[in-house]
Write a new protein. Sequence first.
Lengths: 203, 454
Amino acid sequence: MTTARQDRSARPAPSARPARTAAAAGLLAAACVAWAAVPVPGPGIAGDVLLAAAAACAVLGTARLALGPEPGESRTFLDPLARAAQAGADLIRAVPWAEGLLVAVLVLEALHRARPPWHTGLLGAALIAYLFAVHLAESRAAAAVLRPQVPLIAAGLGLLVLAVGAAALPAATGSTADLMAVLAAVAAVVVGGLALPIGTVRR
Amino acid sequence: MTTQRDQTGTGNAGTEAGRVRQVRLAWAPSAHAQRLVTLALAGLIIAVVTRRPEFAGVAAPAVLLLAARRGGPPGQVGVGVRTSAARLTEGQDAELDVMVTGPGEHSVDLIMHPRHAVVPAAGGARPASARDGGRAGGQRGGQPGADGESSLPFQVTRSGRRNLGVLGITLRDRLRLTEGQARIELPAVDCYPRPAAQRSRVVLSRLPSRLGEHPSRSAGEGLEFTGVREFVPGDRQRRINWPATTRLGRLQLNTFAAERTQNVVLIADASSEVGEPGSTPSDLALRGCAAAAGAYLAVRDRVGLVVYQHGVRWIPPGAGSRHYYRIMDLMVANRGVGGPLARARGIARLPRAALPPGALILVFTPLLDRGLVETLRDLRERGFPVLIVDVLNAEPTGSSDSLGGLARRIWRMEQEAIRFSLRELGIPLVRWDGEQSLDEPLAPYTRRVMVSHR
């Protein structure tokens, strides 16, 4: 039987690294919102609402990471103000802000019809980075835990580049051709995801 | 799976150490996986709706990660928990050693949710955590099922029998897409009060006829020189004082003081939980008693303890280091239930063994309990030498208007009256704030012997 004891000197400070990762996640969220939103699309209200929603999700998602997990202390003897603050913190912890940010940013990007495909590709890469930063801050883990996922992320980014390249090619005229190109890209992604053995080999 | 562990010197912690219990895990997709699903679905739907292939590319990394997910997580793992020390003292650094067996390739994440008076040493208000203990084991052992052991540092801030809280265990797969969670109750530990500093001792003028280390007034076989007297047949010749003999022309003998032990009974009034938690009169009384017990037992005095709390618990005077631990165990024993009536009845029925005649009675009390004050008066009238250490360090709080101020003044006057009446009975009373050494307030009574007269 093998027993492993953690090297205490190598253990990171319990609060310094999560704070840094949470800050990185907040910066990535702000960058994604700005990248997808600027310039604010059209005179319609949809763009403004989406921008507000994305910004709110970015701020509150970062606040959720900064708050950390529920402390688990008794609230029986808290004064009403402190209890209200705790209830607010619980609400921030309960809502999946990151998911809201993802949807809002992607829809914002989709509203800009004239953008080049590489613009969307960069946004996709930034969103993936944001998701991993959120996960690291949330689970208070070191970046080394993502090592098994690196080949998959690399393959996924490769597919993203292929999709962007396919979109950048001059398309055949007609809406049917556009639809076929999209469906082909979707199929390529799904088949690639299901078939590629990269990273799934048991180590 | 059973695991044998070294239980040497672990005391009550050792009872938990050898037992690895099986804990069932509840598995679910992680929040990370849910976010990846959201990204994949949003990207693919927008790609189809807007007919823009680049959005399908945005979904590609998420789809790849989700497709690589593997099943077959362990349904349960073995968890062994023990504390690094069997006996803790308030504020002492300790570690909770947790061993998780059978996590396979999954990483293990431990979070301690402490209960009252238990503070994770590393994280302050934040739960202490140890990361990837099981994962490290899997990597080093290179085989599934290798064990991981992690240590969670903590402190207990108040004496007593304390439940450490709940341990949250989270297992994550290699890609961190599924999480298995379980919670287990942590064991309780006994935390002794932190003894205050005390080096000097109050010694009575009359000591019982037991061999000890305190020089008494009577002549005996001790080391302390008391005088010279004329030799009488039967005296030991080696004690003849030759210079005095030469000077006076008759045989003179050195005399020495007999060395005796004394009985000390400590009374800890832990009935008042007022003021800041951690520095209440109850805490101060227990810390003072712990210090006094250590100081008197160090010079081979016999020390007994009466804990005046919900009821009355006592241990007769005894000597030795084992007796010190008996005293400390009595302090942290289950406090039970009771009230003023049970206390008054208990203190009135203390047997002779608990209060031997002629014993020095050291009382650590805030003098808030009338029943105890009457008992102290009674003890003094029965001839016991009593010395009170006043540990009251809080005042009633409330409205700051004139009525509240008047009530506080009346309360203060009552307290002064109680202390005055005790002094009038011949009971010395000193004040101790819990911060300074006990030697300072006791100095007037430790510099010379305390006359014990009836």
